[in-house]
Design a protein around this ligand. Structure first.
Ligand code: PEP
Length: 253
């Protein structure tokens, strides 16, 4: 079975003490994950080492960075390199979240560079794609997301593309309380898998976990995650509440 993943995205919320408490509240529930299940906490950079220490060697729990820079090192004040993340034991990094694409003008080409750097440092990119509302209204979302995959991932080898996690996040559903229906999510995930299969073959495509993101909550996670091509979720708002996120972890297939 493909990995089923509940990935929290805390974004730029909370302080150190609140982050430590939230993590403790979740980990102390001792939810035992099966081998094919995983919970990942994408925390702000100043909390990465603390979070890594807190999750320790707990089976199935790990930590992600929310971003990295698209150059290996150098005079880029304020940026964080993949080598820095690797050197503190980080195994995952979100790449191309829609907020980064929108507010920091991250292009598909720039994201391809980030993906390459992550893979070179054995960091698994959680690669985000998804369409804005006007594209969904024009019913051109399939071509839009296919282009995002093509321009950021199609240069990879069959082996390397299987080291990626994809998160489909329709922008109109992020933080809006407006979730895609489970049918809309399934249709898009099946489309993404067929785009990957067209380029890399069905066997490769079937090994890639595709998460859904966009107002996943405790009360809709089971329904969304139960879809055959949905392999868990990338969760923003609801991941800031221990009970909500615990229910979401327990909703994994
Ligand atoms: C996100 O930021 O990746 C996200 C899906 O946010 P929310 O769950 O709040 O919609």
């Amino acid at each position: 079975m493909r990995k089923q993943i509940a990935a929290a995205n805390w974004k730029m919320n909370g302080n150190y003490q609140q982050a430590e408490k939230l993590l403790n509240d979740i980990l102390s529930a001792n939810v035992i994950l099966q081998d094919h299940q995983q919970a990942i906490f994408s925390v702000p950079s100043p909390f990465l080492i603390m979070a890594k220490t807190e999750v320790g060697e707990e089976g199935g729990y790990d930590v992600a960075a929310q971003n990295c820079f698209n150059k290996a090192s150098g005079a880029f004040t304020g940026e964080v390199s993949v080598e820095m993340l690797h050197s503190i034991g980080i195994n995952y990094c979100i790449v191309g979240h829609s907020e980064r694409r929108e507010y920091f003008a991250e292009s598909n080409a720039m994201l391809a560079e980030k993906v390459n750097l992550c893979l070179q440092s054995s960091i698994t990119p959680i690669f985000c794609c998804g369409e804005p509302l006007n594209i969904r209204e024009a019913n051109t979302q399939n071509d839009y997301v296919a282009k995002q995959l093509a321009e950021s991932l199609f240069h990879l080898s069959d082996r390397d593309v299987q080291r990626i996690i994809i998160a489909y996040e329709p922008i109109w559903a992020i933080g809006t309380g407006k979730t895609a229906t489970s049918l809309q999510a399934q249709e898009m995930h099946a489309h993404l898998r067929s785009v990957l299969a067209g380029k890399f073959g069905a066997e490769v495509a079937n090994n890639i976990s595709i998460l859904y993101g966009g107002s996943v909550k405790a009360n809709n996670a089971v329904e969304i995650f139960s879809q055959p091509d949905v392999d868990g979720g990338l969760v923003g708002g609801a991941s800031l509440n221990a009970e909500e996120f615990l229910t979401i972890i327990r909703s994994l297939k």
